[in-house]
Design a protein around this ligand. Structure first.
Ligand code: 5GP
Ligand code: ZN
Length: 112
């Protein structure tokens, strides 16, 4: 996916402020944070969105979600955090490489 900005971040062709990395997953701070702490968890392998996932992706998705609380704690989000996955244009997705938003900190988050 040569035109995918998150693939370029994975490949080191674009810079990012990394939070975590292993063989499958990269986490980095969002360039436009909506809260004092806001980072994104992405699979290193290009997957367009959650709508492009099936049973085969379950271990990867599980690993990403299980990492969220660990990384949130490391980033100082002791009182909690919000996770969000925007899927497709109708779901507000703007970057078409699957990502889990993790954000929090500050006084409060708006009610959904
Ligand atoms: P979406 O709306 O697709 O769920 O969220 C995409 C997110 O990626 C947005 O919060 C946006 O600020 C973030 N983003 C877009 N381009 C870049 C980039 O080049 N670097 C980083 N770190 N974040 C980005
Ligand atoms: Zn990609």
């Amino acid at each position: 996916m040569s035109d995918c900005i998150f693939c370029k971040i994975v490949a080191g062709q674009l810079p990012s402020n990394k939070v975590y990395e292993d063989e499958d997953i990269l986490a980095f701070h969002d360039i436009h944070p909506v809260a004092p702490v806001h980072f994104l968890l992405i699979p290193k392998r290009h997957v367009e969105s959650l709508a492009h996932c099936d049973d085969e992706h379950a271990p990867l998705l599980g690993k990403m979600l299980a990492l969220a609380p660990k990384l949130a704690k490391e980033q100082g989000l002791d009182s909690g955090f919000r996770t969000m996955i925007n899927t497709g244009r109708g779901g507000g997705q703007e970057v078409f490489h699957l990502h889990v938003h993790v954000f929090g900190g500050g006084s409060h988050l708006p009610r959904l």
